[in-house]
Design a protein around this ligand. Structure first.
Ligand code: DGL
Length: 264
């Protein structure tokens, strides 16, 4: 039996969960949400690194994990080396899909939609320098969009005109043919994000990391010889168990039968 933990500040981990569970339904899954410290996108680096270490240490003390998916670009872009040095389990990091975007783009103009922290990270600049040097990258950082994704999952009404305002720099560039959703929250708003450029006659392809992460888990499961679980348990662990009812319903719909409090 293998346990896969998927960790994000909030609901973004569920977009990754949907991709990986479709390909690897045989594992047990822990969805870990540090909703008490949400959002991560506005935290100073040192504070975020310490927090992620504390959460993963706690997780490691209470659960026997085979694979941890760090389902947060904002965190992965700083914490991956530390996690891999500290813990014995395998760590898969979700990072901006710059490389496939540059390969897909024919106009060599791509959009990068992420948290303000991710767009400012040297890690992101290094990805661009290594894989997209022939591309012009228009970066947009937004915490508001992260919040809108949370609200959608909680079942609240969304004001979609805000999304149009956030996407203005992308919409303003007619040559952008690929838009990277470099925050795991944003695939939750794929329809709403896609609608806004369409209104202006633009249809950039939206690209997130979900499929690549699912592929990585498939190959890791094979190389590690991970055994299928008999129970296929799905547990949600939240650092603040004061959770909206609409969100509990969503978790149940996605197969999570248990919600536990993770005390840090
Ligand atoms: N889902 C996270 C990411 O991929 C960020 C959300 C937050 O700001 O907490 O970057």
């Amino acid at each position: 039996m293998a346990v896969v933990a998927i960790y994000d500040s909030g609901v973004g981990g569920l977009s990754i969960y949907q991709n990986v569970v479709a390909r690897c339904p045989e594992h047990d899954y822990l969805f870990v949400s540090d909703n008490q410290q949400f959002p991560y996108g506005s935290k100073p680096e040192a504070e975020l690194l310490a927090r992620v270490q504390a959460v993963v240490t706690r997780l490691d003390q209470h659960h026997c994990i085979d694979v941890l998916i760090m389902a947060c670009n904002t965190a992965s872009t700083i914490v991956l080396p530390t996690l891999r040095e500290t813990f014995d389990f395998q760590v898969i990091g979700v990072v901006p899909a710059i490389k496939p975007a540059a390969e897909l783009s024919t106009t060599k103009r791509i959009g990068l939609l992420a948290t303000p922290a991710t767009v400012a990270r040297p890690y992101t600049d290094r990805l661009i320098a290594e894989f997209a040097l022939d591309c012009h990258v228009v970066k947009v950082g937004s915490s508001e969009l992260v919040l809108l994704a949370e609200h959608k999952l909680f079942g609240r009404e969304l004001d979609e005109s805000i999304i149009g305002t956030i996407l203005k720099p992308i919409i303003a560039d007619p040559a952008i043919d690929v838009l990277v959703l470099a925050c795991t929250h944003f695939p939750m708003l794929k329809v709403e994000i896609g609608t806004q450029p369409k209104k202006h006659g633009r249809q950039p392809r939206l690209l997130d990391s979900g499929e690549a992460i699912a592929n990585r888990l498939v190959s890791l499961s094979q190389s590690l010889g991970l055994e299928p679980s008999k129970s296929a348990t799905r547990v949600a662990l939240m650092t603040d168990n004061n959770v909206e009812l609409g969100f509990v319903t969503q978790l149940e719909r996605m197969g999570f039968s248990e919600l536990q409090h993770l005390t840090i």
